[in-house]
Design a binder for this molecule. Structure first.
Ligand code: PEP
Ligand code: MN
Length: 335
């Protein structure tokens, strides 16, 4: 990727002049990364742009040809406040699927009491079998977003079809992309173009580099931010539903300033292991959790066996707060 770093006092006119020169010279795309300093990113697959010619233009401080391709993921960007539940963390919880008004109201009321800002609930469920519950769809989104609003909460929900994004953007604050869709580039593009934050699950067979590439697609398309979410990968091991790759998530944090959270529910596959997985994520210094909870797990229409009860969730929150506080006293990172 080619980029141009502007001087701290570069004027909008100087930046516009550089953009014009690049476009005239045949750049395929020109976009801005506005962090502490302005950086112009130049897409030039045809190799038309000779960066040295731009070095002397007013306002330009440096021209760079980086090895790093995924500049939106690896770059400096102003952090977005996604605090939910615990200071400096993004704790998200809710049912796997939106089922009924009673279910949503009871669960969201409890989560609001726990201080969460973001709650989850799937309206379009990507199920292994077409004969299983497929989700409450638009009616579910409408209902759940209204109840969330009543409790001062914001809804996170999964998109499975690019054609649903426009409608979903009316009801949700964060668009979730599921493990099965991680490399659905049309979906990533449409989700990014909504301008909403995108919660990007890791593909169950994806490497961390492939996951980064998927996030880059959403960011290039205009996503406000990407929240990476490790939810377990397929390995030879079948004792848990998926293998929770805590160190993969921690390694990703070395490559990006974007938040990386853990979904212990889909990794564990059963209630008895969800709290352990979540706490391991918090202890590893990750940025939050996405957890499935249900007021009556036995009646859940999807992922019943991994849903935490409301009391279980409160316990997870209490322990997470304690672990986080311990880390603040004695941080783990070694450089
Ligand atoms: C979910 O969060 O309910 C879900 C379907 O997750 P995943 O895409 O990780 O399987
Ligand atoms: Mn689920």
């Amino acid at each position: 990727m080619k980029s141009i770093l502007f001087a701290a006092d570069a004027t909008p006119l100087q930046i516009a002049a550089v953009r014009r020169a690049l476009t005239n010279a045949g750049a395929a795309s020109v976009s801005m990364l506005n962090g502490a300093r302005s950086v112009m990113l130049i897409g030039d697959p045809a190799g038309e742009i000779h960066l040295e010619e731009y070095r002397a233009m007013p306002g330009v401080e440096d021209v760079m040809q980086q090895e790093e391709k995924n500049v939106h993921v690896s770059g400096d960007r102003p952090p977005m406040d996604l605090t939910s539940g615990i200071e400096g963390m993004t704790m998200i919880a809710g049912p796997c699927g939106i089922e009924s008004e009673e279910q949503v109201a009871v669960i969201f009321a409890h989560l609001a009491k726990e201080g969460l800002r973001f709650v989850r609930g799937g309206a379009y469920k990507p199920r292994t079998s077409p004969h299983d519950f497929q989700g409450a769809r638009r009616a579910g989104l409408e209902m759940a977003s209204e109840i969330a609003r009543d409790y001062g909460l914001q809804l996170v929900s999964e998109a499975v079809d690019p054609r649903d994004i426009e409608l979903m953007a009316r009801y949700v604050s964060v668009l979730q992309i599921g493990t099965r869709s991680m490399q659905n580039f049309a979906l990533l593009k449409e989700a990014g173009a909504s301008g909403l934050p995108v919660l990007l699950k890791r593909g169950m067979s994806a490497t961390v580099e492939e996951w980064i590439g998927a996030a880059e697609h959403a960011l290039v398309a205009g996503a406000a931010t990407v929240i990476f979410c490790e939810r377990g990968i397929r390995t030879f091991e079948s004792i848990t539903r998926n293998t929770l790759d805590i160190l993969g998530a921690a390694a990703l944090k070395e490559k990006t300033q974007l938040p990386v959270i853990i979904d212990p529910s889909h990794a564990a596959g059963r209630r008895s292991l969800v709290i352990q997985g979540g706490l391991a994520g918090v202890a590893a210094g990750l940025d939050g959790l996405l957890v499935e909870v249900h007021h009556d797990p036995a009646s859940a229409r999807s992922d019943a066996s991994q849903a935490l009860t409301l009391d279980d969730f409160s316990r997870l929150m209490e322990l997470s707060r304690a672990v986080r506080a311990a880390l603040r006293e004695a941080p783990v990172a070694v450089r």
